[in-house]
Design a protein around this ligand. Structure first.
Ligand SMILES: [Fe+2]
Ligand SMILES: [Fe+2]
Length: 497
């Protein structure tokens, strides 16, 4: 009996031992798995700080969650607080849901976690994503994303289809909860940065527009200077931060012209000495205006760069006669970009535009005299960084048949209409097209535009010619002698049809 009891006791103890081993082993396994997942989350979160724009961050996070939970897709909805509409963008598909609509809308409304086994049997489910992406949703795990600081729901994360036809577990819920609380913090930060950046950019642009309004003669000048300057900065491999400073400084460099009297600004001839002195004051005014703007810390140099664009390396510039290393590289770039545009501009009332060759010659002479940076200028010329789209008006993406041929040979006439080309885009000022042949800037073309029932003959000037990857050339031409009436006619045709 004792023996029997002993055997029984032994069996019970043995079974208990096995059971506890199994349980502890399973717990341990679960624990290890959880730790592993948490480590993964940590890694994803630290990597997510590399993304400064919302879309790429959201894509990265969605992919990471999909992997983390062994699922097929993850949708991250962002809630617009004003419209109360949730929007998710995935694989270039946009999905909009009102709060209350669909699973995500339900989660946004109730703040509940939703874990469903069969989506199509759930009344709340709307197959919007399925229809657009040709996808079939089975299981869904969805929960709200909080801006914990303000205790506000700012989005919903929706994970679809646990792999191998499994269902989402409590463990999955916990992992996703951990993840989404941190995600909430990151998102609200990014959104805040994004908002203030947008505000800042629009503010700066509106300033530049104000200068244009004041001085129509130099319309588009600041914009073109931005393009030249950024071309140089790119060629010099400058950092993103430097490029941004340069962009803002170039946009704002002449903002001080707002304070120059109209009769001087729009004077149709050369300035007198006195007028020139007044004109020079635009720098000080620029400086003053920019002093009033609160720049984010990383753009604090914008004011200095913008207000030193007329300083020369030999100290002969204005307003402070700075020299050599006192003039930072961004100011040197801005100075060259500014002079080049002033030289080549058609719209300066006091001077005719210089040709590309003449302008380069003048700049080279200035470099020889030690006024502007020789190396930067060398790069500007050798890499043809002056090739930018100079036309600032709206072009319409429309194909109009037209022909072109070089004007110089006598057989020009015979060649016209043999070169039937198609425009890439066209306005009443000029057009773009693809040419097999390289066309030098400053080349004049005789162009015939074939509109229905009407042919326009016009002389055009090649303003830029860029080699494409296809070994063809993208050519931009400007109409030179289009009469006002024809211009109007063409504009109307392009706008109304
Ligand atoms: Fe200026
Ligand atoms: Fe300027």
């Amino acid at each position: 009996m004792i023996f029997k009891i002993n055997i029984f006791a032994f069996l019970v103890i043995f079974l208990l031992l096995i059971l506890t081993t199994i349980i502890s082993f399973r717990c341990k396994k679960k624990f290890i798995r959880l730790i592993k997942k948490l480590k993964e989350i940590q890694k994803i979160i630290s990597e997510s700080f590399n993304y400064s724009d919302l879309n790429s961050l959201l894509n990265f996070v969605a992919d990471s969650i999909t992997n983390l939970l062994n699922a097929e897709k993850t949708l991250i909805y962002i809630l617009n607080q004003n419209t109360q509409i949730l929007q998710a963008t995935i694989d270039n598909i946009k999905i909009h849901l009102k709060v209350g609509e669909g699973i995500a809308g339900y989660v946004a409304k109730t703040a509940e976690i939703v874990n469903i086994k069969d989506a199509y049997k759930d009344k709340r489910f709307l197959p919007l994503f399925d229809q657009k992406a040709n996808f079939t949703t089975y299981t869904v795990l969805a929960l709200p994303i909080y801006d914990t600081k303000n205790n506000l729901i700012i989005g919903v994360v929706e994970v679809l289809n646990k792999k191998y036809k499994k269902i989402f577990t409590k463990e999955d819920e916990n992992i996703l909860k951990t993840f989404s609380s941190t995600l909430g913090g990151i998102l609200s930060n990014i959104k805040l940065c994004g908002d203030s950046k947008e505000l800042f950019e629009s503010f700066i642009k509106s300033f530049a527009t104000a200068v244009d309004a004041k001085d129509p003669a130099t319309k588009g000048h600041s914009l073109r200077v931005v393009k030249y300057a950024l071309n140089i900065a790119k060629a010099l491999n400058l950092s993103e931060k430097e490029m941004n400073i340069l962009k803002y400084a170039a946009t704002l460099h002449d903002v001080g012209k707002i304070g120059i009297p109209d009769n001087i600004l729009s004077k149709g001839e050369r300035f007198t000495e006195e007028e020139y002195e007044i004109m020079k004051k635009h720098i000080e005014i620029t400086k003053e205006i920019l002093n009033q703007i609160h720049f984010p810390q990383e753009y604090i140099d914008v004011q200095f760069i913008a207000s030193t664009h007329h300083e020369f390396l030999d100290g002969s510039g204005y307003p402070n006669g700075l020299k050599n290393e006192q003039i930072p590289i961004l100011s040197r770039i801005l100075c060259i970009a500014d002079i080049f545009d002033a030289l080549t501009s058609y719209d300066r009332p006091y001077k005719p535009p210089y040709s590309l060759e003449q302008s380069i010659q003048i700049l080279k002479q200035m470099a020889d005299e030690g006024k502007i940076d020789k190396e930067i200028l060398g790069l500007f010329i050798s890499k043809k960084l002056y090739q930018i789209e100079r036309r600032e008006y709206v072009r319409i993406n429309r194909q109009v048949a037209f022909s072109w041929s070089k004007l110089t040979p006598e057989e020009v006439r015979a060649l016209v209409s043999s070169n039937l080309a198609k425009t890439l885009n066209i306005s009443h000022k000029g057009l773009q097209f693809i040419s097999k042949e390289e066309l030098n800037e400053e080349t004049y073309l005789e162009v015939e535009l074939y509109l229905p029932n009407y042919t326009i003959n016009v002389i055009a000037k090649v303003v830029y010619c860029k080699k494409e990857e296809t070994d063809e050339y993208k050519v931009g031409i400007c109409f030179v002698n289009l009469s006002k009436e024809t211009e109007k006619f063409l504009d109307q045709y392009l706008t109304l049809t």
